[in-house]
Structures are given as C-alpha cells and as structure tokens.
Ligand binder design. Structure first.
Ligand SMILES: Nc1ncnc2c1ncn2[C@@H]1O[C@H](COP(=O)(O)OP(=O)(O)O)[C@@H](O)[C@H]1O
Ligand SMILES: [Mg+2]
Length: 218
C-alpha cells in the first residue's frame, strides 16, 4: 500500500494534511496514532477509496485508486478490503452468521460457500456457539469479533480498522486486539489500525503518528 503526496482539505487553503507519503509492505501490521481531529479516519477513508484526495495518489495491492471508476472502486473495496469500525455497524436484523456472510454474498458467492466460510472464521474467533444470535443479543466484545469476522471472511489483502475497540472495556479490548493481530498474521493480511492506546500500538510491527505536519514514524 502506497500513498504519494496525499493532501486533503475540507476548507480551502486549510489542508488537514499535506503531501503525505507512506508505504506499508504486504503483511505488515501498523498502528496509526494521533490526536482526535488530525484526520486519521479521513486517511483511512482515502485508502478505502471512500474519499478522494485533493492531490496525490493512493495505491493498494498494486491498484491505483484514481484510475478506477465508481463501479471498479466498489469492486475494489469488496474484493481487497476489510473494514472494522469503532461502532461495529452490524446489520441488526441479521444473525452473526448472516452478517459475516454478507461480503461473500455481495461478491456473488453461493449461500453454501458463504455459510461455510462464515462458520470457519466465526469458529476461529471463538464464536461458533453464538453464530445464530442477533447483534442485539451479543456482548460488545462478541459484536466486535463478529465485525472482525465480517472484515476477514473474504480474505482481504488489506484490513483497515478505525479505533476498533473504542467501545470496549480495556480487558475485552485487549482480547479483541490480540485476535485482530493474530488473524491478520494468519491470513497474511496487511493491517492498518487506528488506536489511541500506546500499549496496543506497541504490539504492532510499526507505529505511525499523524499530525498537522504529516505522518511520522513513532
Ligand atoms: N466530510 C467532511 N467534511 C468536512 N469536514 C470533515 C469531513 N470529514 C472530516 N472532516 C473534518 O476533518 C477533521 C478530521 O476528522 P477525522 O478524520 O475524523 O479525524 P480523526 O479520525 O483523526 O479524529 C475534523 O475536523 C472533521 O470535522
Ligand atoms: Mg476518527
């Protein structure tokens, strides 16, 4: 994954960040830190192709995002990315298992294939017994693991996680993060995770700090 000269401004003449260069090697697990409001979520959205930079280029898994039209960008997100949000964003009326099947169903895989893959990743995350539960029946830590299962089920090359444990108590958060790191290591996925916790960041291969001056190794 490579950013070159990436600039994003929401107000004219007031860039949130300017000319950010960043290369993350395949399989690397990177923590992204920085104060609230510096633009960490914006940076993740640019890498996900959900937002477009005012200058510079974003390349993920060898694909230049600016070269893609809307349809190709949607396909890129579906095939190449897993996204874990702070607030989980599970579909409330679908069981855990059905939630995890969604990325594969969207990719046109059959129900049997999607179900088997969902069962495997839910079992890996210790959730086999909870597969039939609705999100509202799960604890915060369980919902977070379902969200992680959904982000990983299609074996994405890049997992983006935006403060994925922000809504969990410290002990549950630590368990969930151990699982994120372990699962990405296992699948060979590149991980870029926003976190406020120095302790968690210490577990990553690399720590980056985003500030008004740009990105620095931390
Ligand atoms: N779509 C948008 N339109 C206007 N301003 C935005 C938009 N997205 C983010 N911002 C602003 O950019 C700044 C950085 O936001 P964000 O990327 O969410 O920071 P962080 O994730 O580091 O807390 C904030 O001041 C936010 O209000
Ligand atoms: Mg944010």
């Amino acid at each position: 994954m490579r950013l070159e000269g990436v600039t994003r401004a929401f107000a004219p003449g007031q860039p949130l960040f300017r000319a950010v260069d960043l290369t993350i090697r395949a399989g690397e697990r990177v923590a992204l830190c920085g104060e609230s409001g510096v633009g960490k979520s914006t940076l993740l959205n640019l890498i996900a192709g959900l937002d477009v930079p005012d200058a510079g280029t974003v390349e993920v898994a060898g694909i230049r995002l600016d070269a893609l039209d809307t349809e190709a960008r949607t396909r890129f997100r579906r095939d190449t990315l897993g996204f874990v949000f702070q607030a989980f964003h599970l579909l409330p009326h679908l069981s855990a298992r059905r939630n995890v099947m969604v990325p594969l169903m969207l990719a046109g895989r059959g129900v049997a294939v999607a179900g088997a893959a969902a069962d495997a990743v839910l079992a890996d995350l210790g959730l086999a017994a909870r597969a039939g539960a609705l999100p509202g029946e799960l604890s915060g830590g369980e919902q977070q693991r379902v969200a992680l299962a959904r982000a990983l089920v299609h074996k994405p090359a890049l997992v983006l996680a935006d403060e994925p444990t922000g809504n969990l108590d410290p002990a549950t958060a630590r368990g969930a993060l151990d699982r994120i790191f372990a699962q990405c290591a296992r699948s060979g996925a590149t991980l870029l995770m926003v976190t406020h916790s120095p302790e968690i960041a210490a577990h990553a291969d690399r720590r980056l700090v985003l500030g008004p001056q740009g990105i620095a190794e931390g």
